[in-house]
Design a protein around this ligand. Sequence first.
Ligand code: EPZ
Length: 430
Amino acid sequence: MESLVIRGGQPLRGDVRIGGAKNAALPVLISALLTDQDLLVANVPHLRDITTALELLGRLGARIEVDEKSVIRVNAGKLISRRAPYELVKTMRASILVLGPLLARFGQAEVSLPGGCAIGSRPVDLHIRALEQMGATITVEEGYIKASTSRHRLQGAKIVFDTVTVTGTENLMMAATLAEGATVLENAAREPEVVDLANCLAAMGARIEGAGTDVIEIEGVANLTGAAHRVIPDRIEAGTFMVAAAVTQGEMRLHDVNPGHLDAVIVRLRDAGAQISVSQSELSLKMPERPDAVSISTAPYPGFPTDMQAQFMLLNCVSEGTASITEHIFENRFMHVHELQRMGADITLHGNTALVRGVDQLGGAQVMATDLRASACLVLAGLVAREQTVIGRIYHIDRGYDCIEEKLLQCGADIRRVSDSRSPRVHAVQ
Ligand code: EPZ
């Protein structure tokens, strides 16, 4: 396994190009299952989760090609399997997204239950219940979701999600594109990644209205064609680098971003004292002095994103003042708190709320990544900590951040990746 070794203290200054959005690329690539023609996808980030998704599509029989411009061509014209196996699904929960498309196109699917993960139980009951409303017969046997439709096609239905679910909305939107009749999704997720998928499906011939609002209407069609689609920028990668510049009191210019997807993050960082200017596809952030603590409460888009919660926890750890962080989306998304406390952070947990008192400095430590965004938070902590921080299990980071250390090195960070056999011991400093 590998670790990241970081020596903190330098303000980050420089330019970073933001990659394509992981959480848009995943459903877009998987939507190729809905057609027997080529789907061309550009701006796909080079991430472990993307590799897993392509491996899963390949296992189903899809043909995958990558051209010299890294455009991915997927063709699911001749599938050999309708089964998403446990060994792939357990490494990437978003594999559940193959359920809707396989059911819609072939009337049959077997997908391993994803199981929980570090941030919560992560059930998929809303996906299953909604597909049953569309006429699917679904049982759960030996850890697998076994789904089939007795009639040739799924039937359009009116679906009201009890909880806003991003992949639930995406799964059902894809399933509905080939269903008989109209489907309405109420209490649908409004995330930009849902809109990006809807735009890709529309380019394939789907008839979708309302993506980006909480009511999405889909009129089923007989089949979908191929298309070419460019994935939107990754708003969470962008937000993570914005916080990196803020906590190090530096100055950073982000390229290939969509500032319109970052309103909640921009507002809170300005409240913290950041000077932020935006243009069509660029965003500049300067933090002239120590940030002021800002309280946040996560919510579905356009509310404050849960995927930025850990990063703002770190911001508050080194800010002036006290603030609260409340997590409303996942039941266990405070795994980073214990690691931050080991670095000297002053955090008190009360249920799903953390009270954070800013400290002047964090101390370096040997810490361990637990989930994707908690890992990113620990990288940011290393950037501001005294002495050296060593972060283990960084495969979590590689799932969602493309070349994070290269991008940080370009901005002056002292960071390097080492194999664990060579990672230095960190002398605890208090
Ligand atoms: C998506 O996960 C993202 N992943 C997550 O990003 C993100 O944190 C999350 O949405 C919330 O924004 C992808 O898009 C691949 P949910 P998803 O269904 O769809 C409950 C990252 O770091 N729920 O919106 O799995 C669920 O337990 C990842 O990139 C049910 O109860 O999340 C949670 O409490 C982490 N039953 C809430 O809804 C269901 O059937 C929201 O989950 C589905 C969800």
